[in-house]
Design a protein around this ligand. Structure first.
Ligand SMILES: CC(C)(COP(=O)(O)OP(=O)(O)OC[C@H]1O[C@@H](n2cnc3c(N)ncnc32)[C@H](O)[C@@H]1OP(=O)(O)O)[C@@H](O)C(=O)NCCC(=O)NCCS
Length: 144
């Protein structure tokens, strides 16, 4: 397993993984491309046997950063891939002088909520009716 910086050459694999992870809420390929091309973002992939099995996309806002996406191949879940991505992401964010990390998570996404709690994210707000399916979003923050 090794962690890499996402580049345009990963776009097709990233797009496939995004669809697998987010189904109806998956981003279009162009949106993924736009984020990959942003120089200040922290965009990481995890490669195993030459295949992209996990990714994290974060929009850098200077002192703050927002995790826009994190996803892991469904065949490779529950063995620490997301934890490795977030650990590496937090290292880079600290080195970049970032102080706060924000993210949003659907209220019913138990695995993601457990993952964020593990890293110390705290819920600061609940945005009602946020998703197409009527579920609300928890807005969470971590000071680093
Ligand atoms: C959420 C997601 C990224 C987790 O990836 P993962 O690689 O399976 O997570 P990890 O193996 O690193 O798990 C880390 C921690 O998360 C929690 N966790 C992960 N899967 C879990 C599950 N099915 N049930 C409960 N807790 C779970 C545990 O606390 C786990 O710690 P542990 O290994 O000490 O038990 C993955 O399930 C996924 O891609 N889901 C679809 C996309 C998505 O919902 N993204 C998040 C949007 S906010």
């Amino acid at each position: 397993m090794n962690i890499i910086k996402l580049r345009v050459e990963h776009l097709n694999a990233l797009y496939n993984l995004e669809n697998e992870c987010f189904l109806d809420n998956a981003w279009e390929k162009e949106m993924l491309r736009n984020e990959i091309l942003k120089k200040n973002n922290i965009n990481l992939g995890l490669i195993e046997n030459k295949t992209l099995i996990g990714y994290l996309i974060a929009l850098n806002l200077g002192e703050e950063i927002e995790i826009l996406k994190i996803g892991v191949d469904s065949q490779c879940r529950n063995r620490g891939v997301a934890k490795r991505l977030i650990t590496s992401f937090l290292d880079s964010a600290k080195k970049n002088g970032i102080q706060k990390v924000f993210l949003e998570v659907s209220e019913d996404n138990i695995s993601a909520k457990k993952l964020y709690e593990y890293f110390g994210f705290k819920k600061i707000y609940n945005r009602k009716d946020y998703y197409k399916n009527g579920l609300s979003a928890d807005i969470c923050v971590l000071e680093i």
